[in-house]
Design a protein around this ligand. Sequence first.
Ligand SMILES: [Zn+2]
Length: 134
Amino acid sequence: MAQQCEICGADVPHTYLVEIGTSKLRVCKACAKYGVVVTERQVKPSSVKTPVVRKKKIYKLMDEELSFEIVPDFGKRIKDAREKLGLKQEELAKQINEKVSLLRKIERGELVPEDRVRQKLERVLNISLVERVE
Ligand SMILES: [Zn+2]
């Protein structure tokens, strides 16, 4: 749609926003020289840029959190490590201060241990239950 120059009235495909004195006018290219061209894009950058940068940071944090995952055979690793130490499920459960029923479910792979429990198991059994995911 054609726009109209506010100075000479010409129909032009694009008008420029110029400052002449204290007023701002939309004018054609030829009339733009009578004033100072205001670049409309420069009006916003500070208010636009900030949220964009913040968003990127959040995504980066999420990426970092997602880059560690519990190993798929966590149950077997726990069972093997426990047996190597000669511990019964009841004994290990006591050491990590959790119910034996919970430990049993974890060892069978039926339940993914929450971070708090996983960290205790890792510490007591001296194993790692997470791996880095590319
Ligand atoms: Zn004009």
